[in-house]
Design a protein around this ligand. Structure first.
Ligand code: HAM
Length: 424
């Protein structure tokens, strides 16, 4: 007996039709786009040894400090449900020496991620990402090509109002100097900051710049800008990126506060935000992570990528596009009487062989109750099969809207179905 009243875990969701078609639509557009830009799919496990994320994402990030789903397995290993995909893809790249044949690789992945965050609109504890990672190309050009790809797919998805924010957070050469100055300035204003930010001054001062609390924002706006502290190489990289973006007519906003929540980034970081999502307005984010392959035991090979939040993209997608998915099969088959089931099955098969989807229900309904169900399912046509139709090798097709019906001989069925296929 099923236990009564069991609900799904807080912060996770069931996705039903027709919404699932929107998910597939988005996935398909991205997958088609990825293939145009030379990305290949990679599938990595949804759980890993915990130390991968501790080392990859950074001990003092919110994700590692308080958002990971970590447990001990039956052998005593500490295991974590992946909070993001980059660390796993890099782990796979290093573990399987993918650089040996050619270090240059372009991967994409689609799947669930897990973060113990406070649930709200657009923020879930199991959410889905579509992400890409490029290895062994440290140029601003690959960044521009990737951002152009983002534009390409977002336009295909019907997004018109979105903003690409870009920043550079420097490298291990220049960032420590900026952090030193930032820390000093933050300490001078410590009393005005929230408790989290007070703590972050010592653990992860860059993250203070990302705080959304109004009181902190006033302090943050007065802080020095990281882009003014870049070393020559980082500055050159950043200016080249901006120049190329302009040249390719990719609109962007420079946002010196965009530091992102993962420690592996160097130089370029970026995010795409939309208006209609409320507080969780970032639908996509990413950047460069040149030291990560080495940090995880591989050679010194650069990395660059992004991930988009599929849940958020579904919410943000234009309503007109969403409404176009409210579709059931046009045809419903209603059968009634003795010995009609074999014939009905053969008719259903004929429709499906021609690629036309069709419903039926086998609960032994009367014609009337079949028609009621067909109505509820919004079927445009009902195929009627009774003993007379079986005896005379025909079917009746009833147009539900017009109330008209048409008789089709079994021998003429193929040409009838071809006619319908053409119309659809
Ligand atoms: P991220 O910014 O943490 O980056 O996540 C990417 C996207 O996932 C966000 O922009 C957002 O749309 C979505 N997302 C994040 N958390 C949630 C949540 N709790 N609920 C719903 N959606 C969420 C990364 O994960 C990096 N691995 C991206 C990357 C790839 N950087 C380089 N390569």
């Amino acid at each position: 007996m099923a236990a009564k009243g069991i609900k799904c875990v807080k912060g996770v969701r069931d996705i039903f039709p027709p919404e699932i078609d929107i998910w597939k639509f988005i996935e398909n557009i991205w997958e088609e786009t990825f293939s145009l830009y030379g990305f290949k799919e990679i599938r990595v496990p949804i759980f890993e040894y915990t130390n991968l994320f501790q080392r990859g994402i950074g001990e003092s990030t919110d994700i590692v400090e308080k958002e990971m789903y970590t447990f001990t397995d039956k052998s005593g290993n500490s295991i974590t449900l992946r909070p993001e995909g980059t660390a796993s893809v890099v782990r796979a790249y290093v573990e399987h020496n993918l650089n040996k044949e050619s270090p240059f690789n372009k991967f994409y992945y689609i799947g669930p991620m897990f973060r113990y965050e406070r649930p709200q609109k657009g923020r879930y504890r199991q959410f889905y990402q579509i992400g890409v990672e490029v290895f062994d190309d440290n140029s601003p050009e690959i960044e521009v090509e990737t951002l152009e790809m983002v534009n390409f797919a977002l336009k295909k998805l019907g997004f018109s109002k979105y903003e690409l924010n870009v920043n550079s957070i420097g490298c291990p050469e220049c960032r420590p100097n900026f952090i030193k100055i930032l820390k000093e300035k933050l300490n001078e204003n410590k009393e005005k900051l929230c408790d989290d930010c007070k703590r972050r001054i010592d653990t992860n001062p860059l993250r203070v710049l990302d705080c959304k609390k109004e009181s902190c924002k006033t302090v943050i706006n007065e802080m020095p800008k990281i882009t003014e502290y870049l070393c020559e190489d980082c500055k050159k990289h950043h200016l080249r990126l901006l120049k190329l973006l302009k040249g390719r007519k990719i609109n962007y906003v420079e946002n010196p506060l965009l530091v992102r929540g993962l420690d592996y980034y160097v130089r370029t970081t970026f995010e795409v935000v939309v208006e209609n999502l409320g507080a969780q307005n970032a639908i996509l984010g990413g950047g460069r992570y040149d030291g990560l392959v080495k940090e995880l035991g591989g050679p010194d090979i650069s990395g660059f990528g992004f991930a988009l939040g599929l849940d958020r993209m579904v919410i943000a997608l234009n309503e007109n596009i969403k409404n176009s998915f409210q579709k059931n099969p046009d045809f419903y088959l209603a059968y009634f009487g003795e010995n009609v089931i074999d014939y009905s099955f053969s008719i259903l098969e004929k429709f499906r062989e021609k690629g036309i989807s069709v419903y039926t229900n086998f609960k032994g309904r009367s014609f009337k109750s079949h028609l009621r169900l067909a109505n509820r399912l919004n079927s445009k046509f009902v195929i009627l099969i009774g003993e007379d139709e079986v005896k005379n090798n025909k079917i009746i097709v009833k147009n539900m809207k017009e109330g008209t019906q048409r008789e089709i001989k079994f021998d003429d069925l193929n040409s009838f179905l071809d006619e319908i296929s053409k119309e659809n």
